[in-house]
Design a protein around this ligand. Structure first.
Ligand SMILES: Cc1cc2nc3c(=O)[nH]c(=O)nc-3n(C[C@H](O)[C@H](O)[C@H](O)COP(=O)(O)OP(=O)(O)OC[C@H]3O[C@@H](n4cnc5c(N)ncnc54)[C@H](O)[C@@H]3O)c2cc1C
Length: 398
């Protein structure tokens, strides 16, 4: 069905409630073109600001394909300008909205959603005032590795890249001369490029713990690439969508059965792949203590991993920073030992600590290795909303 189809359902024909699924797009031509898949997310955010559902919106302000800064803005035009998916830009939205007393709406990949909820548990974010538009995510890439990958694997200059997309297991870069350059993600990852390691073993591909879950999986036919598949996960999500329709910013229609089934199938396949990667990365160790000690021996106590961590809400003065010195006689980074414990329940495996480590310690792998065991025992995943089941059903098995 085309976007101009007369059979598009209007607002009063649509039931907005948890569990409902739609395919939708921005009514603004330029946002629809610039958007990752039809600009729906941008338009929902813009409408929330315009109609004062929120005081501010968080988006990425693009510098180029590999660089962007997260901004918190009340300017609708700034929001409209942010349309588009940046696969090699890290985001740290949870920290940006922490300790701010305002109603805010923001896009969020699975790890961002979990970071925000973890901040909520620590009273640094008021979840009732936070409208989270979840983005499905098959994985993101490190900007520096991506630039190198472009030169080595694609034989193109990063400056010539004009856009990117992921389709049928291939990572496709579009260059300014109008050409497309595609390589399978499997091949890239075999050669050490592609997604961050933590994205490979992540199993949250559709963030149903957000208010809306949006992505291109499940958009079929003529609409493929031009519309977003959106699932309502909460009352707040329904409110966001209804508001965007009422404000004339988006159009919705029901997805076809084929699309719903395709989305579920891809989700299952991606989660299965994530689990396989998890087994591959976290092979059992003969000597765990020696492994952790060795990996951490080059730590220079700069604290960058703590500063960037989306779930840490301690501030500058905290237990771990008391050990920011190398004078202790214990031949192990005490700073990290304290952080291992601190993050045992809350490490979301976002990869940002590894990204910023100046001495290239694979920190996310270490934190997850520690946290996996605890979280498996607790039957607990960071990002579970404690106000709802299954948290209340979780049992500690010791
Ligand atoms: C890294 C990444 C991987 C994705 N992988 C998949 C996938 O495998 N399957 C799938 O179905 N969908 C995936 N998506 C979602 C998809 O690309 C679209 O974002 C979604 O369909 C919404 O499209 P839209 O046109 O409505 O969004 P837009 O209107 O283009 O709005 C996108 C919003 O996302 C923000 N944004 C852009 N890049 C990032 C980023 N790196 N981190 C956080 N926020 C960002 C922008 O600031 C903007 O507000 C991914 C998105 C990202 C960012």
């Amino acid at each position: 069905m085309s976007q101009d189809s007369p059979s598009i359902k209007t607002a009063h024909q649509i039931v907005m409630q948890k569990g409902e699924m739609f395919v939708g797009w921005s009514t603004k031509e330029d946002v629809r073109k610039r958007g990752g898949s039809g600009g729906l997310v941008t338009s929902v955010l813009a409408a929330a600001l315009e109609k004062k559902l929120v005081d501010a919106v968080v988006v990425l302000k693009k510098i180029n394909e590999f660089e962007a800064v997260p901004i918190i803005t009340s300017d609708v035009n700034e929001v409209l300008n942010s349309a588009g998916s940046l696969h090699s830009v890290p985001s740290n939205f949870a920290k940006l909205i922490a300790n701010k007393d305002m109603k805010v709406a923001l896009p969020a990949k699975g790890c961002d959603v979990r970071g925000i909820i973890e901040q909520g548990k620590r009273n640094a974010v008021n979840l009732d005032n936070t409208f989270i538009i979840g983005l499905n995510c098959g994985g993101s890439m490190h900007p520096v590795t991506t630039r190198e990958m472009l030169e080595v694997m694609y034989k193109i200059k990063p400056e010539d890249v004009h856009g990117e997309e992921i389709e049928k297991g291939k990572l496709i870069f579009k260059t300014k001369d109008g050409k497309e350059h595609a390589i399978t993600i499997d091949e890239l990852e075999e050669k050490g490029y592609g997604r961050r390691e933590s994205c490979r073993y992540c199993t949250i591909k559709i963030p149903n713990n957000s208010d809306l879950a949006c992505g291109n999986w499940g958009v079929t036919g003529d609409l493929a690439g031009k519309a977003t598949f959106v699932e309502i996960n909460s009352e707040k999500g329904a409110k966001l969508l209804q508001n965007a329709i009422d404000a004339g910013h988006i159009q919705l229609q029901k997805p076809d059965e084929k699309g719903v089934a395709a989305r579920a199938k891809i989700k299952g396949a991606m989660e299965g792949l994530g689990k396989k990667w998890k087994d591959r990365v976290f092979v059992p160790l003969d000597n765990r203590l020696e492994y952790f000690r060795k990996e951490l021996e080059n730590c220079i106590d700069c604290g960058a991993c703590k500063a960037v961590c989306p779930t840490c809400s301690c501030g500058d003065v905290s237990k771990c920073t008391e050990f920011h010195y190398r004078g202790d006689a214990y031949k192990m980074s005490m700073y990290h030992l304290v952080r291992f414990l601190h993050l045992a329940d809350s490490c979301i495996g976002c990869g940002q600590c590894s990204d910023v480590c100046p001495v290239d310690i694979p920190l996310t792998r270490l934190y997850r290795r520690f946290a996996n065991t605890v979280q498996e025992q607790l039957k607990y995943e960071p990002g579970m909303d404690l106000r709802k089941p299954p948290y209340f059903e979780a049992k500690l098995e010791v």
